[in-house]
Structures are given as structure tokens and as C-alpha cells.
Design a protein around this ligand. Sequence first.
Ligand SMILES: [Zn+2]
Length: 93
Amino acid sequence: MEIKKKGASIDAVPTDEAVFPCPFCGSEDIQLQHTWTAAYWVECGGCGAEVSGESYPGDRSENDHILAAKSAIEAWQKRTHRQVRTVPLKAGR
Ligand SMILES: [Zn+2]
């Protein structure tokens, strides 16, 4: 997973995740997107399909961002559980 610096929050997110390619278009351009808050989603760079994770609107701590990012990645992985290979997760725009 490749994470570009986008605000202060993204630094907290782990960068060693491997994710499944898109189940709809097969794209390997899978991106972890986020807002300023601890709300993340995984988005396909090919067809735009996306899966949101849990949001943590609390104190915006580093831990909240990690939990939110991981929940988005888990949600993506669950939807694509029939896939058998993984690709690198890229940073959002
Ligand atoms: Zn796609």
C-alpha cells in the first residue's frame, strides 16, 4: 500500500496492507481515501466502486484514524472475499 501525505492524519495509517483487486472491473488501482476526519473508504481507480469503513468522529486521535482506515480495508476485503490474490493499496488523490 502506498500512502501519500495528505494532511497530518494520514501518517498514522499503516502502509503494509495488501488488498484484493476490484471485483467488478478487475482493476489493481485500489486506493485508500479519507477526509479530514477519521472516516476512510477504499475506492477502485478503474470503475469508481467504493466501500466505506466505520467512522470515528470522536477526538480525531491517531488511533481513531488507524481504526477507521482498517475498517475500510476490512470492508473492501470482505466484499471481495472470493478473489484469491492481492494487489497494493494506493493512496487517494
Ligand atoms: Zn473497479
